[in-house]
Design a protein around this ligand. Structure first.
Ligand code: SF4
Ligand code: SF4
Length: 130
């Protein structure tokens, strides 16, 4: 669950406000992000991935309030650690964007659709089994 917006690091870019699928953040009066609807967080880590200054910390514990301390997280180099582990840097993609899984699923789906609608494919399938 989202735990921290570090106000010293946040530059008010609003990226987390835009990428959060659960509308957890608001832009505060000072322009910095604030956690407005914490209990709506689904622990997807998108905000942490996209934050360009490593100002966010999402705890891997989805159901409990972790009550982490910002200074401790910095001391342990944990602010933005999920982002680094995923190979991203300063909000820029660095590895997971090249994961071919989505494309492979697309190919498989098209393949199945083609088998269904192409008589030749049906004939080949029957021949192969017989
Ligand atoms: S972890 Fe996901 S749901 Fe939670 S605040 Fe970040 S982007 Fe929103
Ligand atoms: S993405 Fe990071 S820098 Fe941008 S508003 Fe959110 S916390 Fe602040």
């Amino acid at each position: 669950m989202i735990e921290i917006v570090n106000g010293d690091r946040c530059i008010g870019c609003d990226i987390c406000v835009k990428v959060c699928p659960r509308d957890v953040f608001d832009s505060g009066a000072d322009g910095l992000a604030v956690i407005a609807r914490k209990s709506d967080c689904q622990t997807c880590f998108l905000c942490e991935l996209y934050c360009p200054v490593d100002a966010l910390y999402v705890s891997p514990h989805a159901e409990v309030d972790d009550r982490v301390d910002s200074e401790e997280l910095i001391a342990q180099n944990l602010l933005g650690s999920y982002t680094r582990h995923m190979g991203w840097s300063r909000g820029k993609m660095g590895g997971t964007d090249k994961d071919p899984t989505r494309q492979l699923r697309g190919f498989n789906r098209v393949g199945r659709e083609n088998e269904k609608v192409t008589p030749e494919a049906e004939g080949q399938g029957a021949g192969g089994r017989g």
